[in-house]
Ligand binder design. Sequence first.
Ligand code: MG
Length: 381
Amino acid sequence: MTPRKVSLSYAGASDIGLVRSGNEDAYLIEPPLYAVADGLGGHQAGEVASQLAIEVLYGNAPKHADAKALGRAVRAANAAVIEAAAQGRGRTGMGTTMTAAMIEGTHIALAHVGDSRAYLLNAGALLQLSEDHSMVADMVRSGSLTAEGARVHPSRSVITRALGSDPNMIADAFDFDAMPGDRLLLCSDGLTSMITDDAIEKILQTAPSPEAAVARLISSANDAGGQDNITAVVVDIEGAAPAVTAGATSRHTSAEAPVVVPSAGRAWIARVLWLLLAIAIVAGAVWAADTYAKSQAYVIAENGVVTVYQGVPGEFAGIRLNWVQTISGIPVAALDPVTAARLRAGVRVEGLPAAYALLEQYRAQAGILAPPSSATPTTTP
Ligand code: MG
């Protein structure tokens, strides 16, 4: 997909918190590259690891927002942290998390290791993009702990993957397309262990600028105890939001009937004419809504697979305005979390060809071969 031209505004800050004696977090804002790293190891070693990882990431950053290439840059940072410890910089056993995003237009590449996080406020709703590599996250995934329990669990800081220990470490990496108006947040666990996702969502929804969002996130984490270093980077994906399609009735129904002026003896005729006019308006509106709906399409997750509908969701004047066109067989679970979340809400497009173009993209993302085209001649014995 060609990245749309959008402008970006961004801000970031790191705060020591209220309990720790030093700040082992580090962050990077070098558009189009943004990153957060949370160092581990104590006694200044964590600081060395996170700083070094950020520097090496920057030095190896790809030219374009490509998740695989960004993942390679994270692996270079991993090798550098291991090498530095071996050379006596920092300490053996030092490490760091790394959550990095590269943004080109609305296209975002993400690479991630550890329990720092990437979130996207997408169409006003908060999505967690990264999966924590931590013991408590494993417990939540296996069902033995709730998300809220994980946030306050005594072992919440035990991470299962980090830079600095395993030379074969692999970063989670994926590409996706955000929408104009979305807001990206990268943060360390000093934020997410102090305040809930609901609180983060509210701040991202209401803060008028990235600067204001960063300041509010950090002050909220400190108000909640500030037990760890707190780092937040917020990037607004700006630009015109997609045009909102006008409602069918307001667009297609124009009452062009003559104005009827009732006179004393002919009031009943006027009443009939008004009634006919009302019927015509309703019939016209239904016809217009139906015609409009047939020009529209949407793609939605249904029973776990991507399904194409002609029409618009919902109904008008008691008439359903959508018809199933294709049950694609593409599992929603095979798509990246942002696409999957959007599909659960439904993605509206202008007509079926646009819907089928989207299906092709989802197939490619899920690594599924397209079924033979109906245009391909088939031979029968
Ligand atoms: Mg931390």
